[in-house]
Unconditional design. Sequence first.
Length: 410
Amino acid sequence: MAPSPTGLLHIGNVRTALFNWLFARHHGGEFKLRIENTDTSREVAEAVDQIQDSLSWLGLDWDGPHTFQLDRIDDCRRVAERLVVEGKAYADEGAIRFRMPDEGTTAWDDVVRGRIEFPNEKLEDLVLVRSDGRPTYNFASPMEDVWDGITHVIRGDDHVSNTPKQINLIRAVGAEPPVYAHVPSVFGTDGKKLSKRHGAVTVDEFRAAGYIAPALVNFLALLGWAPDGETTIMSREELIERFSLERVQPSPAAFDFQKLDWMNGVYLRAMDPDEYAHAVVLYLGEQGYDWDAELVHKAAPLVQEKIEKLGDFPAFARFLFEDVRLDGYELDGRVLEEAERQLAGVEPFTADEIEAALRSLAERLGLKPRDAFQPIRIAVTGSKVSPGLFESLELLGKERALARLSAARS
RNA sequence: GCCCCCAUCGACUAGCGGCCUAGGUCGCCACCCUUUCAAGGUGGUAGCGCGGGUUCGAAUCCCGCUGGGGGCACCA
């Protein structure tokens, strides 16, 4: 993977990185991380760290230390000078240009696109070294592929037209080109390139919204690839086991947030309750909530079946940590008063006991459970939508529960 | 303008000449379950862009069209 350090990691680049990673792990190869920073003018200070954080969070571990393209500046210059001596390149207004062949074609068998041929007459003599001495991407990148022993280049299809140039360059220095696989881009559901207006685009944004890494990885893997027509949910191990470049689709894929949401929910629900609670605590901490961790831990199971993203947790559980506002609700005072009286006598104040008490209350008042419970729910949680009422009451505790029922009547 | 690529339900896809009355998943709709919301269960909706070929037979192969995308920097 070879990102340029110009900002936060885009989810489309992650998809490409994921394919690289899956391919490498499947074949027992190495997945390399290279920072392509030859364009110093566009470099963003924190980007290198952020890119690594994002990859680590996703679990896409790379082999060996990450490298910087700019570190090879001297090697690149030496090669450029040699190419000039050999007559394969020439000076041009302070820069050095590579002489592309004028006749014939340059071709390669792209693993996802099939055979691609370019007439050489269409290839411009490309700048190898800028007049200020820095190598260009199209020079440094293929040279590094050679020096690093890269066997497979898996990258976005916006690089297709660069490939014949890079192949000619590699051959000019007497090396064999790697295998290329150009994967299609990721669009929004409207068919336009995925951008901010579609929602989250950087890994950080997905993380902040409460998506979890395994779900995101599973979803991304299915964007342009499928092991068969049936399987949807796959563990990291199964993904590695079944991944193959040959089954990567040559056509672009649309990013469907609804399906991601669903899949994230599937992963959330499948988590061990303790592990889940821990993830919620961690997430809320990251997001700057100062809610009591122990209470969060206890509340987590109440919403595990209900939310799709960790970011949905606060909306369900806020009533446990903050006062509720009842603006705009008209509640049946009689139900609230009876409930308060009934609950006052419940001991111990547990979900089971509470349920028994409230059900008998509903019966006594001749109300259907839903009609009896809804005003209580609203009075206690401040919302028509909440975790289970009885468990919620238990967690709130008798004192606070009674206080809210009382407050709701005034 | 010049090169190049892509094309199955709204979305992700299976399909690689007969197993297709085109399958799965998300979404959507209905019903069931139900203390709200979810989750879960059952059923349903919806597609091979168009036109020519090739073939006994085409979603699958070929050509054209249309539509979409990418590239054409001393950016990566």
